[in-house]
Design a protein around this ligand. Structure first.
Ligand code: ZN
Length: 131
């Protein structure tokens, strides 16, 4: 890392109303993410995914922020509402459909099995700063 390179990156998506017009925004490139991809998704009421998909390497976590819908994984249909969180393994064949309230959710994907530790081992208290 260059000595003048910042240790953070930031962006603002704008309002969720503006997000509704775009439908899906991936933020990985904009933020320079190296270990996962994160997308914000807004699907209008009644929206039905035009395809099912699975992944070669990545697991996905769907986090519902508002609205309702279903996530179909293999032969199961999981109801979604605000606060629903679902992890889908790479080989899970999935499709997400919005309900009558539309659906706003985050999807985080990362390579399955790539996390070998987390905060308990990785977080280090920084020296106290003065002032
Ligand atoms: Zn996917």
């Amino acid at each position: 890392m260059a000595t003048n390179e910042k240790n953070h990156s930031a962006m603002n998506l704008g309002t969720f109303a503006a997000l509704a017009e775009k439908g899906r925004i991936e933020i990985g490139k904009a933020l320079g993410l190296t270990g996962c991809e994160v997308s914000f998704n807004h699907k209008p009421a009644g929206w039905v995914s035009p395809f099912q998909h699975f992944h070669k390497l990545n697991e996905e976590v769907y986090i519902v922020l508002s609205g309702n819908g279903v996530l179909v994984v293999d032969d199961e249909t999981l109801p979604l509402q605000e606060g629903s969180i679902v992890r889908v393994a790479p080989k899970g064949i999935r499709a997400i459909n919005a309900g009558d309230a539309g659906l706003v959710y985050l999807c985080i994907q990362a390579q399955d099995g790539s996390l070998t530790q987390c905060t308990g081992e990785d977080g280090v208290l920084a020296p106290a700063t003065e002032g």
